[in-house]
Design a protein around this ligand. Structure first.
Ligand code: MN
Length: 333
């Protein structure tokens, strides 16, 4: 399919790729040198790859945890600003092919609001990608987005009418002893999904979407397991009330306040399950570049045995309307 839009596509700046990353990945992640090169590249490799696989536009977002892992708020704000300026400068050279998600210093809600506002109003960004909880003040102090300190931030985001892409990050081992001694759980094989599903449920249960019914949150990887689990969660809550502040069922929020992307989860039965839970109006194409292969994502998506109407919605038009994008007229036919 021509004219696809992809929105979980990562980049890095030198400030966000630390020596810790290299130490962590070298040895057990053979693809890391190539991934690192692709993360740091904007100008050379992306556009030819998009052209080869029918991707008209990419919304760029920083890799994880990047800004969310910088406990010092001022430093986090500085790195976020640098990353956002880097994207803005690049997007300006290809305004019909690239857009940006703001990286935000959630360590300080006021600074996050200021940077979000600058990114959307001055730089034309299409929302924000936040990598899960933020470490605030000290590395051990973690703050999730359902924290009351973010109430004003969510209000501003709702007013701008752009979504927050809730991207995974690893939990701190000190808080998740169940993973101890089993490092294979960490990262995108398992811990990412569980951590992010719980974070999304925290947002739903907190009543956030009762207070801000127009908010939209995007989840990657076909919803981090939530489409499969959501009925049982509501079913068990209904059997044993648990003083949850939210007024509605979790499935209602998943259907009304969330969008899912297929990033890194190119599995047809899982997609069908997601389509049956939230519908094709709220699912969008994505790759998860450069951690996933564009060819694999695009070939799978283009050849799916679904209606062309659903393919067009998920591949393109849902994203055009959610992000208020102008698509090229030839691709929209
Ligand atoms: Mn990703």
């Amino acid at each position: 399919m021509e004219g696809k839009i992809a929105l979980e596509e990562h980049f890095a700046i030198s400030d966000t790729i630390s020596a810790t990353h290299d130490a962590k990945y070298t040895g057990w992640f053979p693809a890391w040198p190539d991934i690192k090169r692709r993360l740091l590249d904007l100008k050379e490799l992306r556009l030819p790859e998009m052209d080869r696989h029918g991707i008209e536009r990419v919304i760029l977002g920083l890799h994880n945890p990047a800004v969310q892992g910088i406990a010092d708020a001022r430093q986090a704000a500085e790195v976020a600003r640098k990353a956002n300026d880097t994207v803005a400068e690049f997007v300006a050279t290809h305004p019909h092919r690239f857009s940006g998600f703001a990286a935000l210093p959630m360590q300080d809600p006021d600074m996050a609001i200021a940077e979000l506002t600058r990114c959307i109003k001055d730089l034309g960004f299409k929302g924000t990608m936040v990598n899960g909880f933020s470490q605030v003040g000290t590395p051990e102090n973690v703050v999730y987005l359902d924290d009351p300190r973010y109430e004003a931030f969510w209000g501003v985001l709702e007013q701008f009418d752009y979504p927050l892409y809730l991207h995974p990050r690893d939990p701190l081992l000190s808080r998740e002893p169940v993973y101890e001694g089993h490092p294979w759980f960490m990262g995108s094989a398992w811990a990412f999904g569980v951590e992010t599903a719980i974070h999304a449920l925290r947002l739903m249960a907190s009543g956030l979407f009762d207070r801000h019914p127009k908010l939209n949150v995007v989840l990657g990887h076909l919803g981090e397991g939530l489409p499969f689990m959501i009925w049982r969660i509501d079913h068990r809550i209904s059997q044993t009330p648990r003083n949850i502040p939210a007024k509605r069922k979790m499935a209602d929020y998943l259907g009304d306040n969330f969008y899912l992307t297929v990033s890194g989860n190119f599995r047809t039965p899982s997609l069908i399950d997601a389509m049956m839970e939230v519908g094709s109006d709220r699912i969008m194409f994505s790759v998860d570049y450069p951690f996933e292969k564009t060819a694999e994502a695009a070939t799978w998506f283009d050849e799916l045995h679904i209606s062309e109407r659903d393919r067009r919605k998920m591949g393109r038009t849902n994203a055009l309307s959610l992000f208020k994008l102008e698509g090229s007229p030839t691709a929209s036919r």
